[in-house]
Design a protein around this ligand. Structure first.
Ligand code: NAD
Ligand code: GLY
Length: 356
């Protein structure tokens, strides 16, 4: 397989996304992005799988490594504090590069530490979940959760590079793969009808992890994300479109307890609810709504809200959403498959109707 490179154009903070096989065991490739003193941060699930290989390939570097327990619950200020303490105890200066080896939890936490430690150090993303490869490792959103809301404390901090080794997906549990597919499907609904159609037609091969096809799918997602980030790095406008399904989804994640519903699962249900708003407004046909719902379900993702959650439970969390502007809630709603708009006039009555 030929490696694909995509550039995120952000002036002097531009960087490459490398997509291919056998990248974490390729010292020549890694040398171009990692030298000097590096601190590899991973968790107790991913480190036993890939830490040794990565260390072996980084023999030209001075390496320290740090492991967190696994789970969304560790994307916290406590973990942030512990990692900063580890860096200080090991006399790490501003010349270090942090390496995030893991899924979105590790990537978001390490990125936030990189943004803050000694007012900012370099970091490289090595995402190992599908979700992190197609979304969270690209674009510089970093954060930790607060008990009152997800990703509420964070910063924009772009990595030096994103190195996507698709071999790592071979060890990913199927439920996590499906959660990543939610973000993949999102790119189709928001930006690209043709891509959406391919995700329907080639579902069996994608789920069988056919590597060339998977690399193409990841590449298309990263291309879209790179374009959006280059145009609107700090989400003043169109970057918000990447949040299709997230306003509903974040409410589900927070209400059900972080980690009980995976982020991708909550987003999947959120996208179906957003499509329902669109159908009830007459933006999309019932047939398109059903196509969205059935396709998402066919990738083994939930399409119905948790039974225990009532309208007020959603609204309570939605009012804290980062897209709220002057107290007005904003939603990303499809106007057709392949195009979405940002709406600020969705009423609580409409939400109640959709959530019924
Ligand atoms: P995660 O990091 O918790 O990883 C999911 C699970 O898979 C974990 O148990 C992890 O240890 C395991 N795992 C990771 N790689 C593996 C591999 N190759 N083989 C076997 N197991 C592996 O979750 P995620 O879905 O990657 O990320 C979700 C997080 O990303 C959420 O916190 C979400 O808020 C965040 N996110 C951030 C952005 C952003 O733009 N920064 C975008 C989307 C999501
Ligand atoms: N995952 C949404 C964004 O990066 O903007």
């Amino acid at each position: 397989m030929k490696r694909s490179d995509i550039r995120v154009e952000l002036g002097d903070r531009s960087y490459d996304i490398l997509i291919g096989k056998d990248l974490i065991n390729n010292p020549e490739v890694l040398k171009q992005h990692l030298t000097g003193r590096v601190v590899i941060v991973s968790n107790t699930t991913v480190a036993p799988l890939y830490m040794q290989t990565l260390k072996q390939s980084l023999q030209h570097c001075q390496i320290l490594s740090y492991e967190l327990p696994d789970g969304e619950a560790y994307k916290s200020l406590e973990s942030f504090d512990k990692l900063n303490s580890f860096l200080l105890e090991n006399n790490c200066g501003r010349d270090i590069t942090l390496v995030a080896l893991g899924g979105g939890v590790i990537g978001d936490l390490v990125g936030f530490v990189a943004a803050c430690y000694q007012r900012g150090v370099k970091f490289v993303q090595i995402p190992t979940t599908l979700l992190a490869q197609v979304d969270s490792s690209v674009g510089g959103k970093t954060a930790v959760n607060h008990p009152l809301g997800k990703n509420m404390i964070g910063a924009f901090k772009q990595p030096q590079a994103v190195i996507i080794d698709i071999n790592t997906l071979n060890t990913l549990p199927p439920r996590e793969f499906a959660a990543g597919m939610a973000e993949v499907l999102k790119y189709g609904i928001v930006f690209d009808r043709q891509f959406w159609n391919e995700l329907i037609i080639k579902q069996a091969q994608i789920c069988a992890l056919e590597s060339d096809l998977l690399a193409d799918v990841i590449k298309r997602c990263c291309q879209i994300k790179a374009e959006i980030v280059a145009a609107d790095e700090t989400e003043q406008g169109k970057r918000a479109l990447l949040n299709l399904g997230h306003t509903f989804g974040h409410a589900i994640e927070a209400e059900m307890g972080y980690g009980n519903w995976l982020h991708g699962e909550a987003v999947a249900t959120g996208m179906v609810l957003a499509a329902k708003v669109a159908e009830l407004r007459g933006y999309i046909s019932e047939q398109d709504y059903l196509e969205v719902k059935q396709t998402i379900a066919s990738y083994d993702l939930p399409v119905v809200k948790p039974e225990s959650m009532q309208v007020d439970d959603f609204i309570k969390h939605m009012k804290r959403d980062k897209k709220v502007h002057n107290s007005v809630m904003r939603f990303i709603i499809p106007t057709k498959i392949g195009h979405c708009d940002i709406l600020d006039d969705v009423t609580e009555a409409e939400l109640a109707n959709v959530l019924k």
